[in-house]
Design a binder for this molecule. Structure first.
Ligand code: 13P
Ligand code: 13P
Ligand code: MG
Ligand code: MG
Length: 366
């Protein structure tokens, strides 16, 4: 059976700053999807990561389906109403357009989708990250799909020996989707040359070169490209099919042990280590650190199992300690140098105005 996985994610309001949506907001979105998804979707899973709420649905309508996107948009609107009613912080934060126009992409919410023929057993992982942007997945999915130091299957499994095709998007270009396709292993130096720049070149999807099937889909929204100013971080979601011709779940998870430094953290303006956290985690230290959660599922005829929390294991407690140490370390240098994002990426308009005013006060001497 051919099914589609669609995940739509937005920040439409949260308690106590950018921390966590309220239970009433989450329930509002859940109920909306339950009532309005009848006859449209097969199954759903509503969750939150930090202050973002994600609607994962299975259906048979294909990607970019207007009815699915409209239902997601309207569910976020219903959530926004509840957020306003409760006086939540940032009600409707990621809903950047007034009226729905056919596709939720480019309107603020993050979207990742995949249509595929279900395998007899179909495991996948749904990742959600908060206080960071889509480039946060560049390193883990480069290593998890192309480096035998992390993905043993590249050496051990004949189904994976041909490698993977990466579709990489240039997110600075906003007229259309500007995409390059590159093959690992032959072109890994070119892939690495692009993926080192997390703010500009972002993995959009990955395909098996053996079966041609899609393995990965990542949301690539840049909110500041839509709004023209800072409205919140881009907080990306990803869908990753695992096992068989794809990496094993543990191979996909392995690179998250690095806790690599990503853009985001406080006011979307700093670098901080990406911490793999348990499902339904909140946000704390310096509006961070940037977090990623993973819910693993199996799906049969579009019906989802319950989620398995991939980072809920003693090993990841140890990793979280290490990442906390890394977070404290970079925070000790405050605004200086590598701790804060470069000027071109600074999300707060305020500093731009400030520097313009200071520019006028500079004097040319001798
Ligand atoms: P099983 O033999 O338990 O299916 O595991 C295979 C595998 O992929 C482990 O990484
Ligand atoms: P969010 O994008 O998660 O709303 O965070 C915004 C922010 O400025 C945190 O300090
Ligand atoms: Mg927020
Ligand atoms: Mg967020």
């Amino acid at each position: 059976m051919k099914i589609t996985l669609s995940v739509l994610k937005a920040d439409v309001g949260s308690i106590g700053g950018h921390i966590i949506p309220s239970t009433a907001l989450i329930n509002e979105v859940k109920n909306f999807v339950k009532e309005n998804g009848a006859g449209l979707i097969i199954d759903s899973y509503i969750s939150h990561t930090g202050d973002d709420i994600a609607i994962l649905v299975t259906h048979d309508k294909g990607v970019s389906n207007e009815s699915i996107h409209k239902m997601g948009w309207d569910a976020f609107l219903a959530g926004t109403e509840m957020a306003k009613k409760q006086g939540l912080y940032g009600a409707g934060q990621d809903l950047l357009k007034d009226a729905f126009s056919g596709n939720i992409k480019g309107m603020g919410p993050a979207v990742a989708e995949m249509e595929f023929e279900e395998r007899p057993n179909e495991p996948f992982v749904f990742f959600a990250a908060d206080k960071t942007d889509p480039g946060a997945y560049n390193l883990p999915f480069y290593l998890g799909f192309s480096d035998p130091m992390y993905c043993a299957g590249l050496i051990l499994s004949p189904k994976m020996s041909k490698g993977f095709t990466y579709r990489i998007i240039d997110v600075e270009y906003t007229e259309k989707d500007k995409i390059i396709e590159l093959n690992a292993p032959e072109e890994i130096y070119d892939i690495a040359a692009l993926l080192r720049d997390n703010e500009r070149y972002v993995i959009e999807s990955i395909y098996s070169r053996t079966s041609k099937s899609q393995a990965v889909s990542i949301s690539t929204t840049r909110l500041h490209n839509i709004a023209g100013k800072y409205t919140g971080k881009d907080d990306p979601v990803a869908l990753v099919r695992v096992q068989g011709e794809f990496p094993a779940t543990g191979e996909v998870l392995a690179p998250f042990q690095i806790g690599h430094l990503v853009a985001g953290f406080m006011r979307g303006s700093h670098n901080g280590p990406l911490m793999p956290c348990k499902l339904n985690t909140t946000i704390s230290y310096f509006d961070g650190p940037p977090v990623v959660t993973g819910a693993a599922f199996c799906v049969k005829d579009g019906k989802l199992t319950e989620p398995a929390d991939v980072f809920d294991h003693p090993y990841w407690d140890y990793v979280r300690q290490e990442v906390s140490r890394k977070a404290t370390d970079i925070r000790r240098q405050g605004f200086s140098g590598a701790a804060m994002l470069p000027f071109s990426e600074l999300e707060y308009g305020g500093i731009v105005d400030k520097l313009q005013k200071l520019e006028e006060k500079f004097k040319l001497v001798n």
